[in-house]
Design a protein around this ligand. Structure first.
Ligand SMILES: [Zn+2]
Length: 498
């Protein structure tokens, strides 16, 4: 009678779940039983394991074999359990001595000749592994990895057995050197639109969500692109997280550190935007994780679909329920959206007449619900630029390294970007002057702001203070921030009084 317990991983979405592969050998007629919710591919692993062991003249037990994949209630998919099952069978027969199996994690699909084949979900495993992970050598993911993790790789089963017996040592997984070009954002790529460029700088520094409203061709999409150029490059963890999400979506991964810029068409499905399908895949909100989700023509998107975004915006992750389990994908994206002011698009364009009825304009505006608009911090009304009157920015635009420095300062000060703060946060209270507080409460009462809108006004002012290197939010910063809070189609004029 023999027993062994080998550790492996299952991957659900991009979540890594430890799985124990228990092998029990008992006397009786030869029989191979696999329990623990194995799906079809896992059930077939006994044939691959048997052939692989016999091909290498390794012993295959002629007894009653029971293999249990625990936890029993988690459905097991894919061929990654072939390798731990094979190692478990050998260990239960006493082939190895003095090995602490709790130190190792094995994942890999076996060919009939014992060769190791690629498996799904290697990147999340690499990010989470705290034990000695042993993986197939031919994973395509190694082409996007720059730093070493705790994984050893093998071409076949014999190489692993030789390593476990101490005869040879397996190599670490290969890595690639990736080039990372940090080009400065080109603010001249957009003609005019001083207010739009100022909003882009604010959004880049403070992480605020942004909406552009303006007639067709005034530069809304170009400003969104400009914002993506202003964002600092991803760190190694976020880069690997993005690579995992792209892999889970079966999409080729960009081999650079630039944050994602996802711009789904307004006809995108719910599963395409939020995530879903069978097998479950991440949607655009997760592919834009640590990057930008740009929703152009947002008023054309179904209202129900936009309402689905509210929870992921708040929680920075999305939970997708399935019959037996819940899959969670991260979704810390920066929302940028653009829309025309009316169905024809020319309501605020002095060069084109607008032929929309007031009823049509009202209907168009109401396509975005109040609660959804409340989650957007900056609202910018754009007008067609005048080529002869192209005013430069009052201050020189921030460089990429200056934006990075300002973002790092926020993380050091409060552990997050300004957009994540709410107005009752002590750090905001400490850094707001009494005049600024008076002005804030004045605006709050006269303009009937929601608490969330008040928070946006306060945190946007904090970003203004950061950019101007001011230790405190003063009344001027609140006034500047108020310019970006008007949700109505025509810019409200408001003369703040202290
Ligand atoms: Zn119109």
């Amino acid at each position: 009678m023999g027993y062994s317990q080998i550790h492996s991983y299952a991957v659900s979405g991009i979540e890594v779940i430890p799985v124990s592969v228990e092998t029990h050998l008992s006397s009786g007629l030869p029989k191979f039983t696999l329990v623990g919710l194995p799906e079809a591919v896992v059930k077939e692993s006994k044939e691959r394991v048997r052939s692989a062991l016999m091909h290498h003249q390794l012993p295959f037990p002629k007894q009653r074999i029971t293999i249990n994949l625990a936890p029993a209630d988690l459905p097991k998919q894919g061929g990654a359990f072939d390798l731990p099952i094979a190692i478990g069978l050998l260990a239960a027969q006493g082939l190895f001595s003095d090995i602490d199996w709790s130190e190792y994690v094995f994942c890999g699909e076996l060919g009939l000749a014992g060769q190791l084949r690629p498996i799904q979900g290697v990147l999340p495993m690499l990010m989470q592994a705290c034990k000695q992970l042993i993986l197939p050598a031919s994973q395509p993911e190694y082409q996007v990895i720059q730093s070493k993790h705790t994984a050893l790789v093998a071409e076949d089963l014999l190489a692993i057995i030789s390593h476990l017996k101490g005869e040879t040592t397996l190599p670490q997984h290969p890595t690639q050197t990736l080039t990372s070009n940090e080009n400065e954002p080109d603010f001249n790529s957009v003609v005019g639109q001083t207010l739009g460029k100022q909003a882009v700088t604010l959004a880049a520094v403070g992480g605020h969500a942004l909406r552009f409203i303006g007639p067709p061709g005034c530069g809304k999409s170009l400003l969104a692109q400009l914002l993506s150029e202003c964002l600092p490059h991803l760190n190694e963890h976020d880069y690997l997280m993005r690579a995992s999400l792209y892999q889970a979506a079966h999409l080729p991964h960009p081999d650079n550190y630039r944050p994602s810029f996802r711009s789904p068409h307004h006809s995108v499905s719910r599963a395409g935007l939020i995530g879903g399908g069978n097998p479950i895949r991440p949607g655009e909100i997760s592919l834009a994780h640590q990057g930008i989700l740009f929703l152009d023509e947002i008023a054309e998107m179904p209202r129900k679909l936009l309402e689905c975004l509210r929870e992921p915006i708040e929680q920075q992750q999305v939970h997708l329920a399935r019959a037996s389990h819940i899959v969670t994908f991260p979704s810390a994206f920066q929302l940028i959206c653009a829309m025309n002011p009316c169905p024809c698009g020319y309501l605020t364009d002095p060069n084109h007449p607008c032929d929309c009825s007031s009823q049509a304009i009202e209907q168009y505006q109401s396509r975005l619900s109040g609660p959804f608009l409340d989650r957007i911090a900056l609202h910018v009304h754009l007008h067609p630029p005048h080529l002869s009157n192209d005013q430069p920015l009052s201050n020189a635009p921030l460089t990429l390294s200056a934006i990075q420095t300002l973002r790092t300062q926020q993380f050091e000060r409060q552990g997050c970007l300004n957009n994540q703060l709410n107005t009752a946060h002590p750090i905001l209270k400490q850094n707001t002057s009494s005049e600024a507080y008076t002005l804030l409460s004045n605006i709050y009462q006269t303009q009937h702001l929601s608490m969330r809108a008040l928070g946006h006004l306060h945190t946007t002012a904090f970003t203004f203070a950061d950019i101007s290197d001011s230790p405190h939010i003063n009344a001027q910063h609140i006034e500047q921030a108020w310019m970006f809070q008007s949700k109505a189609m025509h810019l409200k004029t408001y003369a703040p009084s202290i």
